[in-house]
Design a protein around this ligand. Sequence first.
Ligand SMILES: [Zn+2]
Length: 148
Amino acid sequence: MQCPKCKVEDTAVIDSRLSEGARAVRRRRECPKCSHRFTTFERQELSSLIVVKQDGTREPYSRDKLERGIWLACTKRPVSRKRMDGVLAKLEEKWGANKKEVSSSTIGQDVMKSLKRIDDVAYIRFASVHREFRDVEEFKKELGKLLK
Ligand SMILES: [Zn+2]
């Protein structure tokens, strides 16, 4: 790991600890040349997790892709990056806990449940984009609750 200050190539790890429910490692590093101390945050990618889509096809899990959908739903809503990161870290832990595969509808449902607790509008947007409502009536019912 390069020193951000003097660009020397080799820096020493002086402390490391797990965070985000052991999915990420926070490392304190020190440069042997200029003694600059800095922190790195290395997230363990869930590269082995496979998403099974509704038509039965499979693709590798992508946090980026899921995050894009979530942030689109959260446009102009008071949802913080930190809060959403925490929610995703917890869900990823659940999805990757026992199995190597998770269905896209499980992901959709879990994200919806979490968004519902955080922000109603983001929840409705996410759910309608992902067509997770069973029918139009159910969608109207959820929308009606918001407008009360
Ligand atoms: Zn340095």
